[in-house]
Write a protein that binds this ligand. Structure first.
Ligand SMILES: [Zn+2]
Ligand SMILES: [Zn+2]
Length: 389
């Protein structure tokens, strides 16, 4: 129970830090002051800084004994959201807000660094503290990996934590396997032939072609995909046509796909292209299909999840750990999982009495700060248990 006792001791310090970061939010890849502040705090704690780039920073703590390397990750960016909570520590930056709770992640990981520093002689191995920028645009994890976050020393296992207003305060949500969706974006450009609206047979109608494509794409999820593995194809925009009496010569459709498995993720663009190609042929149109793989599904490794579950049970008791209802939204922590085993867990922060019940990214979003100590202790306990077992 030592980690929780220490976390409780640092509780006010962690809440202070969270409120500071909350007041000065910075958007993705603009986390300059945040990075500077994290570095200063890490130095004060006694954590060595080994990796730093324009934004984001990595701290390292070597334990008293040789051993494996565990990484703990916190994302640090905020959103372009205007805060309306009215709390005393509201954002001082107009139009920018920590509306996803990443301010809490920074404070909790700094708290965990304090706890683990305090216990360092007892640690068998090394802890890496990864403060990652730009999660909200799903580019930060990739950026940190490209900058060597998982090397020197090589990471054996990585853990992340996300504060979660969809679960009651005091609970931790831990689930192995696929828990969050992938997120990939695409654009279809259709090129037909414009002509007078009274003589459509003389042209190629890109607009009607696009409409047919949309209709067919909407049947993939129910008719062509194994429905036991849910997918979402969201058609977000269509732009076509100039005037009511002109046949549209061009059309552009954009959208985003979500899947829970890599198999569906890789197959979707192939199925889509088959449809696009055939319908374009019928309409005598040409097409260009651009597909960008952005974020893979978040799949928690079974063994890493078990270690996390046992560790968190030491902090809050097994009765306070719940399973997770899958979320179709994405989390770029999945990038790390491509290279090393690991898991991300979710810390319940919903509290009706404290009005902490708004969804993430809402301008009324807030969390029950009393749970931060659970996050701090859990981060630390997971690292200890992974290294010392
Ligand atoms: Zn978010
Ligand atoms: Zn988030």
């Amino acid at each position: 129970m030592k980690t929780f006792e220490l976390a409780k001791k640092y509780n006010n310090w962690v809440i202070d830090k969270r409120r500071y970061f909350h007041q000065y939010p910075e958007e993705s890849f603009k986390e300059f002051k945040t990075t500077k502040m994290i570095k200063e705090e890490l130095k004060k704690i006694g954590i060595k800084i080994i990796g730093t780039s324009k934004t984001g920073v990595i701290g390292i703590l070597k334990g008293g004994k040789e051993g494996k390397v565990v990484a703990l990750r916190a994302d640090i960016d905020a959103l372009s959201v205007e805060e309306k909570t009215g709390v005393t520590y509201s954002s001082k930056i107009k139009g920018v807000m920590h509306a996803c709770g990443h301010d809490c992640h920074i404070a909790m990981l700094l708290g965990a660094a304090k706890v683990l520093f305090n216990m360092k002689d007892y640690i068998k191995g090394t802890v890496k503290f990864i403060f990652q920028p730009a999660e909200e645009i799903a580019q930060g994890a990739k950026f940190m990996i490209e900058n060597g976050a998982l090397e020197n020393p090589k990471v054996d296992c990585i853990y992340g934590m996300h504060i979660w207003t969809y679960e009651e305060h005091g609970k931790m949500v831990i689930e192995e396997g696929s828990i969050m969706g992938s997120g990939d974006i695409w654009t279809i450009n259709i090129k037909g032939k414009s002509c007078h609206g009274s003589e459509p047979w003389k042209g190629s109608d890109a607009l009607s072609c696009g409409a047919s494509i949309i209709e067919k794409l909407n049947t993939i999820a129910g008719k062509m995909n194994d429905v036991r593995h849910p997918i979402v194809i969201n058609i977000g925009t269509i732009k076509a046509g100039e005037r009511f009496n002109i046949v549209a010569g061009e059309a552009e459709i954009t959208g985003m796909n979500r899947t829970f498995t890599n198999y569906e993720r890789e197959n979707l663009p192939k199925t889509m292209e088959k449809i696009i190609k055939n319908i374009c042929e019928v309409y005598n149109c040409e097409y260009e299909f651009k597909y960008e793989f952005i974020c893979s599904p978040m799949i928690n490794d079974s063994n890493s999840t078990k270690i996390a579950k046992d560790a968190v049970a030491k902090v809050i008791g097994i009765e306070n750990i719940t399973g997770m209802e899958k979320v179709m939204g994405s989390e770029d922590f999945s990038e790390y999982i491509k290279y090393v085993p690991g898991a991300i867990i979710h810390l319940g922060a919903y509290n009706k009495d404290k009005k902490c019940f708004y969804p993430h990214h809402s301008n009324y979003f807030n969390v029950d700060e009393d749970v931060l100590k659970i996050g701090v202790a859990s981060y630390a306990q997971i690292a200890l248990d992974f290294l010392n077992k």
